[in-house]
Design a protein around this ligand. Structure first.
Ligand code: C5P
Length: 405
């Protein structure tokens, strides 16, 4: 039932009788696992109290630009960036007009103007207002701006007149919300290849050069893509757990050279390729086929030679329409270095994580990333679980593919 798990929804409520139905809508969204932030216009508070809505959403309702007693500023820009979707229900004629014309005199309209993602409106008003040329014009403008209109239904209205103007039922609005995320998320028919985990470079039969990568981020990405219907191949170095999802084919490798060979096979037919592995940059020049003894030697020199750059090798054979994404773990000049890597490795996007961020990087269950795209877009995300980070990364990849198609 948790079809909206992890989704961030701004629910905008305006001042109409149908505002009482927003509480039911809010409850349905929360029940499906969405995180909902309610933004009300001042007039909406005449119809339903913020107390009801904050109790249902578990978050204080936002309505004013400032909290009167503390002067705390509520950032509509942050809210706009946070939201995966904004739903205005009910949307009055006045709010539709303000949205269509950019009249940003309340928190709801400013949030709408800052919203980066999809916006839906569910109008509710008297039949004559709904049919009026001004409302029709505003709805047409909003539709051409990309806003999804959930048309009002026919029925008895607050005025006791019968006609078109009733807000769509909360169940119908929720269905539209679910359909939007399915549509946006759908990866069925797509092939995804991912490199995962560390590589081990053998020194002798019992020792190796390796790193602390756990494979958690790579497998979170694999799980996310599989849950969206993609066929996934994970070329994975030695890790302590492997997912059991039947849509994830696992090719187990140990060294960077093995990973390189298998990746070249798996990435060839992939629509999306993600390099999440922490590949050892160097390997011992020679492998000793028996255990190296320490007796008689005070020092030991290990000569290392360079490993293949898997991302670069795959990108050199990049197919038309393929999206390639790499990771970068930087300690200094992070963004500049990541941008250089984008160019050098012919990638479409880099996921930047910094070892300096607490809870980010190797062996943790959380990560904090910045997504840097070839088109110059840079999106910073807060600390989240690796699965949620995977969701953000895949959303962004799908967005890039939509814009490039
Ligand atoms: O150059 P750097 O190691 O920082 O690049 C990181 C990106 O390149 C990661 O996506 C990593 O998986 C990939 N990579 C690779 N093969 C290497 C080194 C890095 O695929 N030998």
């Amino acid at each position: 039932m948790e079809s909206l798990k992890g989704k961030h929804i701004v629910l905008g409520i305006t001042g109409g009788i149908a505002a009482y139905k927003s509480a039911i809508l809010l409850r349905l969204l929360i029940k499906r696992g969405a995180e909902v932030q309610v933004v009300m216009t001042p007039a909406a508070k005449e119809f339903i109290t913020p107390v009801t809505l904050s109790a249902l959403s578990g978050k204080p309702v936002v309505s004013e630009f400032f909290t009167a007693n503390t002067g705390e500023w509520h950032s509509h820009v942050d809210l706009g960036l946070w939201a995966d979707l904004m739903v205005v229900a009910p949307a009055t004629a006045s709010t539709l007009g303000k949205m269509a014309n950019g009249i940003a005199d309340n928190m709801l309209v400013t949030t709408y103007l800052s919203a980066k993602e999809h916006v839906m409106v569910a109008p509710a008003m008297d039949l004559d207002m709904y049919a009026s040329p001004s409302t029709r014009r505003n709805l047409a403008t909003l539709a051409s701006d990309g806003v999804e209109i959930i048309e009002a239904a026919e029925g008895e209205l607050a005025s006791h007149l019968v006609g078109k103007g009733r807000m769509a039922e909360p169940e119908e609005i929720v269905e539209r919300v679910e359909r939007f995320f399915l549509r946006r998320n759908d990866m069925s028919g797509m092939k995804v290849a991912i490199t995962v985990g560390p590589t081990y470079e053998k020194i002798d039969p019992v020792r190796f050069v390796g790193n602390y990568s756990s494979g958690k981020m790579g497998f979170a990405l694999a799980e996310e893509c599989a849950s969206r219907g993609a066929e996934v191949t994970a070329v994975a170095g030695p890790v302590s757990y492997y997912p059991s999802n039947p849509s994830i084919k696992i090719v187990k490798v140990e060294s960077a050279r093995e990973m390189n060979d298998e990746a070249l096979k798996a990435f060839g037919s992939a629509d999306v390729g993600i390099f999440a592995a922490a590949v050892a940059d160097y390997r011992p020049e020679e492998y000793c086929d028996h255990k190296i003894k320490r007796e008689g030697s005070e020092e030991m020199t290990l000569r290392l030679v360079k490993n293949p750059d898997i991302a670069l090798n795959v990108a050199n054979n990049k197919k038309n329409g393929q999206t390639l994404v790499g990771f970068a773990l930087e300690t200094n000049d992070a963004v500049v270095n990541a941008e250089k890597k984008l160019e050098k490795k012919n990638l479409d996007m880099i996921v930047l994580n910094s070892l300096e961020d607490k809870g980010a990087g190797f062996r943790t269950d959380t990560n904090k990333v910045t997504l840097i795209s070839r088109n110059g877009d840079e999106k910073r995300f807060p600390l989240k679980s690796k699965r949620e980070v995977a969701c953000d990364i895949i959303d962004e990849i799908m967005e890039l593919r939509k814009n490039n198609s």
